[in-house]
Ligand binder design. Structure first.
Ligand code: NAP
Ligand code: GDD
Length: 392
């Protein structure tokens, strides 16, 4: 990209016209701001440069692989941590020599506006994927304020960093919205028009993030969209989410609510949907999409299927906190209930309707429920056999 050096890189001074001064005697700043010297959007978009918050997470790592394959330069924001947090990206670092200068990590945080503005101005992305979040629903009841700061205000900070750098028309923004917005579901299945009723501090924070994304789209004409994604899992899923907890189980498995139902898909399928949402929609106005499988399964069924992959059949007995499952062939108890995993307010049922994404994006999930469970169990078995300490 060629960038002319003839124009100033400083913000324009506000014009001070009579009657335009507010009570403090300050002139209104023109919006959008234009502090950087940028080529017109058409020329700017010839580059393919993605900035990803949450790059070290499950989705961030799959999205990075996907975008690098498509020829993007990928920049990711990572948090400073005293423990190792880039395990899911390790293989991409090793591939660096095959794609020199295509993959960059930068320290930053969704709670740090200055860092976000600095990165935005330095990287000049064409696509921003906001995947960073305190993403654990149960934990959000313990860390409600922090979850709001990162998941809600963090989204605002990132959107404002785009505006501050004058990139309003120069970059597209993806917000990782969630089926947790539906919470106490108001209709079944849930679609883009289903009313929201979040049931956790996480869900409420994500509600703000959803609406601020819509608001910036409407107020400033930004290409900013929400992907309302139902649960998606993989061998890279964090270990404290129920699917991964189940597939890693080696001794007795202590779980919470076995009756909760989820619409579980494979993370890799959902990454493609995120990217499709930012590819222009054939000239249609930017809009929000549900990504889901259209099926729902109880946690209990995930448990049965996972044990089934290693040939163990279960028999259930008892109820409530006294429910347990035994291995039929050995009589050994393999699943028990621990109330500490119950939530103060539960989302009992999620069941998505992906019709709009299928119609407008041509998106469809490829991996079915049984294959998802199998892949996760087999990946964990392989890791155990090879004594591989995974970093997820
Ligand atoms: P994840 O594995 O928990 O990853 C979350 C990412 O956010 C990690 O990279 C984490 O960094 C980062 N992060 C946390 N706090 C941050 C902060 N203060 N500043 C910057 N980054 C921060 O989540 P995921 O499953 O990949 O999900 C990606 C996004 O989609 C999240 O926003 C999640 O809420 C949303 N979502 C997920 C699902 C799903 O089923 N997976 C469904 C709907 C929506 P560390 O590695 O340093 O912790
Ligand atoms: N984590 C966990 N641990 N959940 C359990 C357990 C347990 O031991 N036992 C039962 N569950 C139930 C939970 O009560 C919940 O109803 C269901 O299993 C799924 O829990 P999680 O795997 O923790 O995921 P989630 O549905 O709460 O949230 C995930 O999906 C959302 C999209 O709907 C996260 O990825 C969120 O970030 C995401 O937005």
């Amino acid at each position: 990209m060629s960038r002319s050096t003839s124009k100033t890189i400083y913000p324009e001074k506000p014009e001070e016209k009579d009657g335009q001064r507010n009570k403090e005697g300050l002139g209104d700043l023109p919006a959008p701001f234009a502090p950087l010297d940028l080529p017109p959007p058409d020329e700017y978009f010839q580059r393919k440069v993605a900035l990803i918050s949450g790059i070290t997470g499950q989705d961030g790592s799959y999205l990075t692989e996907f975008l690098l394959e498509k020829g993007y330069t990928v920049h990711g924001i990572i948090r400073r941590s005293s423990s190792f947090n880039t395990g899911r990206l390790h293989h991409l670092y090793e591939d660096q020599h095959e794609r020199p200068n295509k993959f960059h990590l930068h320290y930053g945080d969704l709670t740090d506006s200055t860092a976000l503005v600095f990165l935005m101005a330095r990287i000049l992305p064409t696509e921003v994927y906001n995947l960073g979040a305190q993403s654990h629903v149960k934990v959000s009841f313990s860390l409600a304020e922090y979850t709001a700061d990162v998941d809600a205000i963090g989204t605002l900070r990132l959107l404002d960093a785009i505006r501050t750098c004058g990139l309003t028309k120069h970059c597209r923004f993806y917000q990782a919205s969630t089926s947790e917005l539906y919470g106490l579901v108001q209709e079944v299945p849930q679609s883009e028009t289903t009313p929201f009723y979040p049931r956790s501090p996480y869900g409420v924070a994500k509600l703000y993030a959803y609406w601020i994304t819509v608001n910036y789209r409407e107020a400033y004409g930004m290409y900013a969209v929400n992907g309302i994604l139902f649960n998606h899992e993989s061998p890279r899923r964090g270990r404290t989410f129920v699917t991964r907890k189940i597939t890693r189980a080696q001794a007795c498995l202590w779980l919470g609510n076995l009756d909760a139902k989820r619409d579980w898909g494979h993370a890799r399928d959902y990454i493609e949907g995120m990217w499709l949402m930012l590819q222009g929609l054939d000239g249609s106005e930017p809009t929000d999409f549900v990504l889901a499988t259209g099926e729902t399964h109880p946690v209990r069924e995930f448990v049965e299927k996972a044990f089934g992959v290693v040939g163990i059949k279960l028999s259930w007995s008892g109820s409530g906190v006294d429910e347990e499952a035994k291995d039929i062939s050995t009589g050994k108890v393999v699943v028990k209930i621990d109330p500490q995993y119950f939530r103060p307010a539960e989302v009992e049922l999620l069941h998505g309707n992906p019709a709009k994404a299928e119609r407008m994006l041509g998106w469809k999930r490829k991996v079915n429920f049984d294959d998802l469970v199998k892949e996760m169990v087999e990946a964990d078995l392989t890791a155990v056999r090879n004594f591989v300490e995974d970093q997820n």
